[in-house]
Design a protein around this ligand. Structure first.
Ligand SMILES: Nc1nc2c(c(=O)[nH]1)N[C@H]1C(S)=C(S)[C@@H](COP(=O)(O)OP(=O)(O)OC[C@H]3O[C@@H](n4cnc5c(=O)[nH]c(N)nc54)[C@H](O)[C@@H]3O)O[C@H]1N2
Ligand SMILES: Nc1nc2c(c(=O)[nH]1)N[C@H]1C(S)=C(S)[C@@H](COP(=O)(O)OP(=O)(O)OC[C@H]3O[C@@H](n4cnc5c(=O)[nH]c(N)nc54)[C@H](O)[C@@H]3O)O[C@H]1N2
Ligand code: SF4
Ligand SMILES: [Mo]
Length: 699
């Protein structure tokens, strides 16, 4: 039997034909009829059958019988597991207040909003996701502050972009957030000017005509100089600026000091290349400015993202065919029960006082500050957080400072991990619950994420032992805790979300997708002034700079020259590869064989200076610790920059034994190197995963 579905092995979106035999997925193929992926699937998606049927998948609920981390479990029924977990939550909540229960969830999963709903219903302000301040929330929030809505590149329309500026982004590998690689590839096949701003010449960058290999963490300087150059050369869109923006005069004044010569000194990009990039992007239209994660994993994330966002507005590339477009937001918003979270609870959210755009009431989707939360678990400051429920999150690998994370996880009174596989984080849990994989779930989603220009529904096609979809688990807990979230089941919510299109879940699942023609030129900018805010009145009121500035990374050749002797290179972490999604898939043979070892990229000049050859085992160190990886020497990286992969652990070293080798959680874990300490971005609390100092030596 061949059934239509949609792959969610990353943030998702590729149409999939699932071959089912005897209730099992035996093969997955790209669906030619998908309007967005048109038959494409990446290597992870194509291995979905191997993931689904992997013998190491969690099959039944487990309860710990040994010490934390010892890997000794007893099987337990769903009824008993859920009753016991609900009982403990209830006990802790009444003794210590709901804020003592934290919830961690993973990135962009199907159950994302259901977790937020559960947290609100439970009355806890302390949920997190390891991206957010480090990923996507600065882009989403800044878009809302600046344009009054989120924008994405118009890759799916009939007008092709004539220019694409990829900024800290590698969508041909990452298909991030529903901007799928095949759509980007189609745009690149046209007559298109292309620019990549990235310290690495990525798979996407290799297809670009101009590469600006900037020093990591200096993007705001580059963007400010580009704005200034565009204004000075009169290349801005004066019509758009006059009718649809506020604050141009203030902006013009503000950036006049940021020359391309100034930016060259900071970014290490030649002034003539900065000027060329600015001229091309401002004059070849329509243009997409496709931005990525590299802008956010630093302690100046708000103003870096703001500076880049302003480029779209002064060139009038907004809301036009082939440019960057606002969302159709077809789905009704998810009923997250915001009103059920008492004000006194939200005031107790960790980070609420300090990081107003991550954790305060004005935040787009208020969540807890991660370094603060793990400190609260570990040290009881400002109060002790005693329980953590993980839904598809592996914080030992994906959050900075894994030693602190391990110590915190072991201090908890209750740790529950819901996952597809046993992970280093799940190993520390009291209960481990088996989650359903994408062919096993019912779901409704909109793509690209946040803008929802295209929606689909997918049905559960197969099942695996007693694995259940996360939403079901949450609903069962809600019932046992008598929470207001039990009023609607997740299936009720899917039908509610589809209310705007007059189709129910079953009908849409039958059809597969709803994709109305896009409306352009709406120019409905939902900001206080109803215009694009080059000068942000909201930021000003909140006490943040209304116009963006550059701030030198706090650990850098300029800020901490005293470290250069021991740590002469600039470190970036987490550039994605096709085979793995974060900490996942290291046990999937068909993927691991293609990428057996953790890799660190370095330039031949650096390799020579450090005495390292391609393929060598090497040690990479920062003031915070040391890890080991295999060297990949390549000219496709700026000299002096070192790029390490993230998410690496070694399932093969952990699970054959009953005494898991803890060294393997840390041995190649990029987050041993990163910094969870202040300074943080003042608005988002972003911590530093990219743009730090490091050294590299042969192991
Ligand atoms: N150093 C460094 N660290 C980083 C980054 C970086 O660039 N550098 N990137 C950061 C970013 S942007 C992000 S978003 C985070 C991601 O961080 P996480 O979301 O924690 O990462 P994953 O490893 O993708 O997912 C965690 C777990 O979810 C499980 N899982 C998969 N599908 C499901 C499901 O449907 N249900 C359940 N219950 N579990 C499921 C997987 O098996 C896996 O063990 O990492 C961050 N960490
Ligand atoms: N295969 C696969 N796909 C994924 C993921 C995965 O783990 N695997 N993760 C998903 C998630 S959660 C996310 S957030 C997205 C991320 O998707 P993208 O935004 O495309 O992100 P990355 O590849 O992490 O980083 C993009 C680029 O940033 C560059 N970079 C690093 N520091 C800087 C800097 O200071 N300035 C500039 N200009 N560039 C810098 C890196 O060299 C890298 O090439 O991918 C998603 N898709
Ligand atoms: S890009 Fe993402 S959605 Fe598409 S096949 Fe790969 S993992 Fe699946
Ligand atoms: Mo992310």
């Amino acid at each position: 039997m061949i059934q239509r579905s949609v792959c969610r092995s990353c943030h998702g979106g590729c149409g999939a034909l699932v071959y089912v035999e005897n209730g099992k997925v035996v093969k997955v193929k790209g669906d030619l009829d998908s309007p967005i992926s048109r038959g494409y699937m990446c290597v992870k998606g194509l291995k979905s059958h191997e993931i689904a049927n992997h013998p190491d998948r969690l099959k039944v609920p487990l309860k710990r019988i040994g010490e934390r981390g010892q890997n000794k479990w007893a099987e337990i029924s769903w009824e008993a597991a859920l009753d016991e977990i609900a009982g403990k939550i209830s006990e802790l909540k009444s003794s210590f207040g709901p804020e003592t229960i934290a919830i961690g969830q993973g990135t962009g999963r199907h159950h994302y909003m259901h977790v937020v709903r559960f947290a609100n219903a439970l009355g806890t302000p302390n949920w997190y996701e390891p991206g957010l301040a480090q990923c996507f929330i600065p882009r989403i929030t800044v878009s809302h502050l600046t344009y009054g809505g989120f924008v994405v590149g118009d890759y799916y329309g009939s007008v092709k972009p004539k220019c694409i500026l990829f900024w800290a982004h590698n969508p041909l590998v990452t298909s991030a957030d529903g901007e799928l690689a095949p759509a980007v590839m189609r745009a690149l096949h046209g007559q298109c000017e292309t620019i990549s701003v990235d310290p690495r010449r990525t798979e996407t960058g290799k297809r670009c005509k101009l590469w600006l290999p900037l020093r990591p963490g200096t993007d705001a300087a580059l963007a400010l100089a580009m704005i200034n150059h565009i204004i000075k050369q009169n290349l801005y869109d004066s019509d758009f600026i006059e009718h649809y923006t506020v604050g141009f005069i203030e902006l013009k004044d503000h950036v006049s000091k940021y020359t391309t010569a100034w930016a060259k000194g900071i970014t290490q990009v030649a002034a003539k290349d900065i000027e060329k990039a600015a001229e091309i992007y401002a004059s070849v239209k329509p243009g997409i400015l496709d931005w990525g994660l590299g802008l956010e994993q630093n302690s100046n994330s708000l103003q870096t993202v703001r500076a880049v966002a302003i480029l779209r507005a002064i060139t009038g590339n907004l809301d036009v065919p082939g440019g960057d477009i606002l969302g159709m937001n077809i789905l009704k918003s998810y009923p997250v029960l915001k009103d059920k979270l008492p004000t006194e609870s939200s005031q107790k959210r960790i980070g609420a006082e300090e990081f107003k755009l991550l954790s305060g009431w004005r935040a787009y989707m208020p969540s807890a500050h991660i370094p603060g939360l793990f400190k609260a678990i570990d040290k009881g400051i400002p109060y002790r957080v005693r329980a953590l429920l993980l839904f598809g999150n592996n914080p030992l690998l994906t959050v900075s400072n894994p030693q602190r994370t391990l110590s915190a996880l072991r201090r908890l009174d209750l740790l529950v991990a819901t996952d597809l596989f046993m992970t280093p984080s799940a190993l520390q849990a009291d209960y481990v619950l088996p989650a359903a994989f994408w062919p096993e779930i019912n779901h409704v989603s909109g793509m690209p994420l946040v803008v929802e220009n295209y929606v689909y529904a997918q049905r559960a096609l197969t099942s695996y032992y007693s694995a259940r979809q996360d939403e079901w688990i949450i609903d069962e807990l809600s019932k046992r805790l008598s929470l207001p979230s039990q009023d609607m089941s997740y299936m009720d919510i899917f039908n509610h979300q589809l209310g705007n299109i007059g189709k129910g879940f079953e009908e849409l699942a039958e059809k597969g997708a709803y994709c109305p023609p896009h409306e352009y030129y709406k120019y409905r900018f939902r900001t206080p002034s109803k215009k694009v805010e080059l000068y942000s009145s909201v930021l000003k009121r909140m006490g943040y700079a209304p116009l963006p500035d550059y701030v030198e990374p706090p650990e850098s050749p300029v800020s901490t020259p005293e470290l250069l002797n021991d740590y002469p290179y600039v470190l970036i972490t987490g550039g994605r590869c096709r085979e793995f999604f974060h900490s996942e898939h290291r046990q999937i043979k068909g993927l691991r064989e293609r990428h057996p070892d953790p890799l660190v990229e370095l330039h031949p000049e650096t390799a020579k200076a450090a005495g390292v050859a391609d393929g060598d085992r090497v040690k990479i160190s920062t003031p915070r610790g040391e890890i080991r990886m295999r060297a990949k020497v390549t000219v496709d990286i700026a000299p002096k920059v070192i790029s390490v992969e993230h998410g690496w652990w070694f399932p093969e070293d952990i699970f054959p034994t009953l005494a898991p080798d803890e060294d393997s959680f840390f041995r190649s874990n990029a987050n041993v190197l990163t910094a969870d300490t202040p300074p943080y971005d003042p608005a988002f609390g972003s911590y530093r995963l990219r743009g730090l100092l490091c050294s590299i030596k042969k192991a």
